[in-house]
Design a protein around this ligand. Structure first.
Ligand code: G
Ligand code: G
Ligand code: MN
Ligand code: NA
Length: 250
């Protein structure tokens, strides 16, 4: 209840912010893009994790308003030197494909600000496809027609049919960090990760591994041909002002 009430005021109280986590190439750790992630520092509750407040925001219209704000903030931040020429990934919750036309929102934003559509990647979880396949598929197709890229987030943790991969306009699969975490010790996780990479590449998709925390994980993923890596090994999500050129560890 407290979260729900606080969320209604969060934007006007300036308590919401955005942080960026780099996606890097496996060999030289060159930053190719950033994932934009929401942060809420509530006056009453302190820092509230998105894992806690997003599900609550989803059940009101707060999430659409906050996402709207996020998109505008990202557009402002794109004019900074550090983000220029980088692709920004934005997360949309499954339910948002039923409450808003995000393809249209992106089209208007891109036109108004003379941006390149390839500068945006939309991340959706598999559950978006399960909850309302038609609405989600339609918007993803519109996004692809615009030139915006599409990623399936947390891949392997949902219930979606592999057939969706064939039928939908997808550019990236993001391997969920639960499969990456124990790569060094768990032979099953290694096989799952290898298989996701082979599957994605066979379908012409690129692969991003999430939650990369150790050099050994990065080396394994690189050796298996994973296209991009994301995780604390390279950088935690940080505010724009703290994104430096020297932030990424090799
Ligand atoms: O950043 P962190 O690991 O705390 O995020 C936890 C969860 O919240 C992740 O699943 C992430 O995708 C989600 N999340 C963060 N920012 C956004 C956002 O802007 N929109 C949506 N829908 N989910 C987000
Ligand atoms: O579900 P999604 O992929 O959008 O979640 C992204 C979240 O994962 C970010 O909010 C971030 O805080 C978290 N995250 C990013 N890198 C790492 C990492 O290396 N390890 C762990 N445990 N979490 C991470
Ligand atoms: Mn994500
Ligand atoms: Na994820």
């Amino acid at each position: 209840m407290k979260i729900k009430a606080g969320l209604g005021q969060a934007l006007v109280r300036d308590e919401i912010s955005v942080v960026y986590q780099p996606r890097v190439t496996p060999d030289t750790a060159v930053v190719v893009g950033y994932e934009a992630l929401l942060r809420w520092h509530s006056g009453e509750l302190g820092a509230v994790s998105p894992a806690e407040f997003i599900p609550v925001a989803e059940s009101t219209d707060a999430l659409d308003q906050i996402t709207d704000w996020l998109l505008r903030q990202v557009v402002r931040d794109l004019s900074s030197e550090v983000l220029s020429g980088k692709q920004i990934s934005i997360n949309l919750s499954p339910r948002q494909f039923q409450t808003g036309n995000w393809a249209e929102m992106l089209r208007t934003t891109i036109e108004q600000h003379h941006l390149l559509p390839e500068q945006f990647c939309i991340e959706v979880t598999e559950s978006a496809l399960v909850e309302d396949f038609n609405a989600t598929a339609h918007q993803l197709e519109e996004m692809q027609a615009l030139g915006v890229e599409v990623a399936i987030d947390d891949f392997g943790t949902g219930y979606s049919s592999l057939e969706y991969l064939k039928r939908l306009p997808i550019d990236y699969l993001k391997i969920d960090r639960s499969f990456v975490r124990d790569i060094e010790t768990d032979a099953d996780d290694r096989v799952i990760v290898e298989t996701i990479i082979v599957l994605a590449h066979s379908l012409g998709l690129q692969v991003v591994a999430e939650g990369v925390e150790t050099r050994a994980q990065a080396d394994f993923l690189q050796a298996r041909g994973c296209d991009e890596l994301q995780g604390y090994l390279f950088s935690a999500p940080r505010p724009l002002s703290e994104l430096g050129l020297q932030q990424v560890k090799m």
